[in-house]
Design a protein around this ligand. Sequence first.
Ligand SMILES: *Cc1c(COP(=O)(O)O)cnc(C)c1O
Length: 378
Amino acid sequence: MDASTLNKAKLFLDALRPEIRDLPRYNAGLSIEYVRKHYDVAQIAKLGSNENPYGPSPKVLEAIVQAAAQAALYPEPSCDPLREVISNRLGVAPERFIFGNGSEDMIATSVHTFVAPGEQVVTFAPAFGLHVIWPRSVGAQVCAVPVDSAYAPDIDALLAAVTPRTRMVIFGNPSNPVGTSVTADGLRRILAHLSPETLLVFDEAYREYASAHPDYPDFFAVLNREAESPWLILRTFSKAYGLAGLRVGYAIASDPELIDLMDRVRAPFNVNRLAQIAAIAALDDMAYVEQVVARTIKERGRMRAELESLGYRVAPSLANFVFVQARENAVDLAKRLLTRGVIVKPWQEPAYQDHLRVSIGLPADNEQFLDAWVLLAQ
Ligand SMILES: *Cc1c(COP(=O)(O)O)cnc(C)c1O
């Protein structure tokens, strides 16, 4: 930028809300292209972004190819065909859903709709970056409550942090990056504590992996039957359905009124045509999703067992990743793993800077990770 441009922007930027300048950047995982360009590696194990290594169902690919010819037309503005499928499947009125460009879009929209500058938002630490970044972008204060020493969500600590003035409680369940879940009773305790002025945002991005476990509660049923304060559940097609590249997710609300307000704030046409078609096709092939989930869970068990047998601490995960404690700074270790073509996500929050989140890939990816880890980790 030349000097005159800089000067012209200066007065404008001096008036910027300070929270924007202080905003942390979202730590998006590295791409295969980036690693190929910077490292001399033949095979890349992309285990940094919790993607589904099996990809979407072949039926989804067929549906996308067919729909591509209509790329010139705007998509359904409110995702009505997809809404109808999900509404029927869950037995929930269609007005209680809103769709987004990934569920991240619904994190942003819920924050922009319901949280004001100076208000308080509470989450767990370690946290999903956007549960912190979006509230801070509107000038809210975020309090992140550490998980307990067994990596479980610390409900007592959460309740101690939540006041009647807390505007939003938001967390991943299962947690990203930890992989643990609250219990049904834990959720009940949170609900009993929340004032009617607090919105609970229950981000269930990894639900399909977790609910394969017989003990994983039906949190939707608990919220729907028992909650007396407002809530949103967030879900996505990016993980078990293998559609991260297409961007589609949604929220279910306790009240259609919440949806009506969020609908005014969201971008129109926020879910593209191919994403809508793909999501409908994906829901039509649940057998494929179940198979992918089962394979991932099997590999997750193997990854955890191998790391533990090497003497590392691994959080018990219900999702498609494991959170492992290294014996050194995670960023340094992650950089060394890149020299072996292995992408993982080093955690960068205070108190967790020796932890890495490793997505569960294809068996060969996981093998490549374990070999590199044995060779390079302290
Ligand atoms: C992956 C993830 C999402 C989903 O993001 P999309 O925008 O749907 O791709 C949402 N929340 C958490 C906690 C996640 O890990």
